[in-house]
Design a protein around this ligand. Structure first.
Ligand SMILES: [Fe+2]
Ligand SMILES: [Fe+2]
Length: 247
């Protein structure tokens, strides 16, 4: 692909889903902080712009990667995927990582004081995420599904407790930004999840697990911020237009 420095990282990630791998390898946030131009994002991540351009230019235009398929899927289908795959992952992986963190902090916390800070940040992250996912699963996502079915029937929008969906969406976006900040802090403290040479297997497995967790959360937030939420706003516009025509 031919990268454009003035495009936002999020636009590049949506149009060329295979570039997501490049962003991950460079530690560039393409989801929570994805509204930056490529130029700004490189600066923020401390990455040379030329290197990013070279890597992006080498990305092949393959229509692989789930993000590409999700652009065309229905909201209900996408929600099933987000909850079944990403929410499930957060819930099953968090307790495992918490246990490993405790173990590694108790064994190596003295020589590596950053480990205790990472443990505290991860604790805050998982706590925020569990409340956040419940809001999505119990309120917002069911509403999106009702709206999608109203659109397909040409019916009026379902009654909402929150006025426009913009309100809860902006709250979810703020939560995502907070999560992105916590992840970025953890990445900084761990020097990009680089394990010391002397690290024991648990230490290695922990950093590997935390890096996976970051990657999964970036994918997860990307699907919500850049595909699902814009679609919900668009659906809301359509149902309200349809409702106005009936009057
Ligand atoms: Fe989510
Ligand atoms: Fe979310």
């Amino acid at each position: 692909m031919k990268p454009d420095l003035n495009q936002t990282v999020r636009e590049i990630a949506i149009e060329h889903p295979t570039t997501v791998r490049v962003f991950e390898s460079l530690g560039i946030d393409y989801c929570c902080g994805g509204k930056r131009t490529l130029n700004d994002a490189c600066e923020r991540a401390g990455v040379s712009v030329q290197r990013a351009m070279d890597l992006l230019a080498a990305v092949e235009e393959e229509a692989s990667e789930d993000v590409a398929n999700w652009t065309a899927a229905g909201a209900a289908e996408l929600i099933d995927h987000i909850v079944g795959h990403h929410h499930h992952y957060v819930r099953s992986e968090s307790p495992r990582l918490v246990v490993m963190l405790e173990k590694v902090v108790s064994r190596h916390g003295q020589e590596h004081p950053e480990l205790a800070s990472i443990r505290d940040l991860f604790g805050a992250l998982t706590q925020e995420l569990s409340a956040h996912m419940l809001k999505e699963e119990n309120i917002l996502f069911p509403y999106f599904e009702q709206m999608e079915s109203a659109v397909s029937r040409g019916a009026a929008p379902p009654p909402a407790v929150f006025g426009s969906v913009e309100t809860p969406i902006s709250r979810m976006l703020a939560d995502h930004d907070d999560a992105g900040e916590l992840l970025a802090e953890m990445r900084g403290l761990s020097s990009g999840y680089r394990v010391p040479d002397s690290a024991c297997p648990t230490y290695r497995a922990l950093y590997h697990g935390l890096e996976e967790f970051e990657r999964d959360l970036h994918h997860h937030v990307h699907l919500e911020n850049n595909i699902l939420f814009p679609r919900a706003l668009h659906m809301e516009q359509r149902v309200s237009e349809a409702a106005n025509e009936h009057h």
